[in-house]
Design a protein around this ligand. Sequence first.
Ligand code: PBG
Length: 325
Amino acid sequence: MAFPQQRLRRLRRSENLRRMVRQTRLSVDDLVYPMFVCAGSGVAKEISSLPGCYHLSADNAAKRARELSSLSIPAVILFGLPATKDARGASGCDPAGVVPQAIKAIKDAAPELVVITDVCLCEYTDHGHCGIIDSNQQVDNDATCELLGKMAVVHAQAGADMLAPSDMMDGRVAVIRKALDTDRFSHLPIMSYAVKYYSAFYGPFREAANSAPQFGNRRGYQMDPPNSREALLEAKADIEEGADILMVKPALPYLDIISQVRAATDVPLAAYNVSGEYAMLLAAEEKKLIDGKAAMLEMLICIKRAGADFILTYFAERAARDLGA
Ligand code: PBG
C-alpha cells in the first residue's frame, strides 16, 4: 500500500524536485541594505553592536553602494548620524546634512541603486525621542509631523527615491505626502513603517545610531507587542493617508503580523529584520551554537513565506553572496 506521504518524502529528498515545488523563493531582489552615514571623509568605523556594519562618511558610502549594486542588491536605506544634535533635531532638516550628502554621493556612484531614507527625528534629537518634546515632557505629535514633512522634502531634493517615515506619529504620512506634493515630488513613493512595535530587538540599532531615549521610552508611540488588531488599524490608516508600501517591524517575532497585514491589504509589504535579530544570530554563530549561514537563509525565507515582498536586513550583502549573486 502506497501512502501519499511516501511520495511527499520523495519530493523532499530530491534536490531538483524540491526546487520545482517550492512555494517561496529568496533572491537578491528581496534585499534592502541599511547603511549608517556620518559626517567627514574617509570614515569607515565598525559598529560594535552590529559586527560587519559600519559608520560611513559619504565618500565611503558611495564606494559601498557600488559594491552592493555590483552584487545586484536593488536598494539601500540610509540612517543619519549627524555631527550635532539639539532638542528639535535641526540637523535632520539641513540640506547640507549627513543624509543629503550621502544621497548625492551614492546617486553619483551607483545611479541605479534605489536610495530610501529613514525619516525620523530620533537620530537628530539630543534627547533621542522620535519627535520634539512639549512642556509636559510628551512628544508633540503635530509639530513633529511638520518637521518630518520638511525632512522628507530635504531628502527628496538631494535625490532620494523613496521616503520611509519610522517615527510612528499619527498623521505623518498625510503630512509628508502633502509636503512632497507641494514641492513637486508627487512621483516619489512613501514606504511607511506602519506597524512598528515597541521592541527590545532595536537595542543594537540604538547604539549604532546613538539614538536611545535619554528619558522615558517609546511606549506611547510604538505598538504593544501582545496586540495584533491594532496592526491592521495602523496599516489601513497609513494606506488612507497615502502610503505606497507598508512595513512591519521587527520581523522574526512578528511573522503572524506580516501574514495578517498581507491578507488585509493590497499594497507591497516590507519587513524589517531588525538589529537585534541580526546580532542574536551572529552571537550564536560566534559561539558555534548555530550554523549561521543556514539559519540566516532560513530566517529570511520564512519572513518571505509569511508574506513580505522584500526585507530590510543587515544580512543583505552576506545573503546576496550566499545566494550566488
Ligand atoms: C528610528 C528607527 C529605529 C529603527 C529603525 N528606525 C529605532 C527605534 O525605533 O528605536 C530600528 C532598526 C533596527 O533595530 O534595526 N525610529
